[in-house]
Design a protein around this ligand. Sequence first.
Ligand code: PEP
Ligand code: MG
Length: 325
Amino acid sequence: QKEEWAKLVNEKSITTDEHQVELAANIGTPNDLDGVLSNGAEGIGLYRTEFLYMGRNELPSEEEQFEAYKTVLERMEGKPVVIRTLDVGGDKELPYLNLPHELNPFLGFRAIRLCLEEKDMFRTQLRALLRASAFGNLKIMFPMVATLEEFREAKSMVDDVRKDLINEGQAVAEKVEIGIMVEIPSTAAIADLFAKEVDFFSIGTNDLIQYTLAADRMSEKVSHLYQPYHPAILRLVKNVIEAAHKEGKWAGMCGEMAGEETAVPLLLGLGLDEFSMSATSVLPARSQVRSLSKQDTELLSEEAIQLPTSKEVAELVEKKGFIVS
Ligand code: PEP
Ligand code: MG
């Protein structure tokens, strides 16, 4: 099977009825790029920049960040690269920021919430990103957005930083798409309103599932409630994709779910445009996509979304023969 997959490195991710999707990879550092390229990913769907900030005693400089982002953009040779702005707090700590100790860190001061308060730190990252944009196909993504005000404020900071850089005579790409992670239920619920203002969505199911089912993604005791195929999740995902398409925007997914064999046919049927996963999942997923018809997956997801439980959804996908391995 591995040999069969290897043959697909340069092939398209296209269904038997010629519907093409993008299979991208998630990375944490530029060191992950070898795996991305050898597995034939069509882009980077999530670059988690927090690793640049972790395991050290001070913030990374603009120059250091610029070099990291530029390396990734250059090595991807014009393929789309979605770089997520800093997502710390929650499970990821930065001792040198002296963040407050909170009772519920996952519901607390993290990600975009932190960046909108620590504006100098955020501006430094945005400057590094926009300077790097001249070297490839950059898309900027904000994590943990819960309200439109947060998005608007972050976006206006991007606009200001762009003006500054241009005044300084620095090269900046003409068009840099600005999107958000959809990983908080409030945002999934009003995706239609967000879709008018963002350039794209990427659904972060790791957090979206945790927040929707109120089940800590780290807790063993409630892991049975952490259900990717819960009808509520499928309905939120459908809502997000439809809202994006209505406004002519694209919708991706960068949570673990995007690479799961049971999820791929369901997500294809719901119309997901971009699937971002660990690099090692790309070829198996491509093999699966190439075995499926879009039309069949649409019927499958229509039926799945009416089922009452996660278990029944997973059984349906299996029973209908959508699992190839
Ligand atoms: C997610 O929440 O689905 C996601 C991709 O982000 P992270 O796992 O980094 O929270
Ligand atoms: Mg997340």
